[in-house]
Design a protein around this ligand. Structure first.
Ligand SMILES: [Zn+2]
Length: 148
């Protein structure tokens, strides 16, 4: 058995009230100043508030790197695809671009949802996953260049 108090026990609410009694912290949802709050919910938006330990600076470099790789692949392929369609390019020439748009577009939400799970993985492997986000855009672009 653990001696640690379970989450949301009365002590947590007392700590939260004590923390907010002398600080001008803002609601993370609506930015309402919570100084002197006596409840555990924001009076402005109703958000349930908790006091917890967190990182001083959120580590989001890998998330941003992966999103950059996939979003750049998606945007580049979409623009070249639109340009190719406007120029009347044959459909078979545009297949790699369509596949690039579909692949990058499908992987983008997968990456954003799963990137936070990578925090527990070894650092080198995390960076490898983030750099792999550039691969679909590069591969489909090279296939497009070789095909045209
Ligand atoms: Zn609020």
């Amino acid at each position: 058995m653990s001696d640690a108090p379970a989450r949301d026990e009365p002590d947590d609410a007392a700590f939260l009230r004590a923390w907010l009694a002398a600080r001008d912290e803002r609601c993370p949802n609506c930015r309402y100043v919570l100084r002197g709050l006596t409840a555990t919910h924001c009076p402005e938006c109703g958000l349930a508030l908790v006091l917890r330990v967190g990182l001083e600076k959120p580590r989001q470099a890998l998330l941003v790197l992966g999103v950059t790789g996939l979003a750049s692949g998606l945007g580049f392929h979409a623009l070249v695809l639109l340009w190719g369609v406007s120029q009347g390019a044959p459909g078979s020439d545009l297949v790699p671009l369509v596949l690039g748009v579909i692949t990058c577009g499908a992987l983008l939400p997968v990456w954003t949802c799963s990137a936070r799970h990578l925090r527990r993985v070894q650092s080198g492997i995390r960076w490898l996953w983030a750099l792999l986000c550039f691969v679909p855009g590069i591969v489909f672009f090279l296939v497009f260049i070789a095909h045209v």
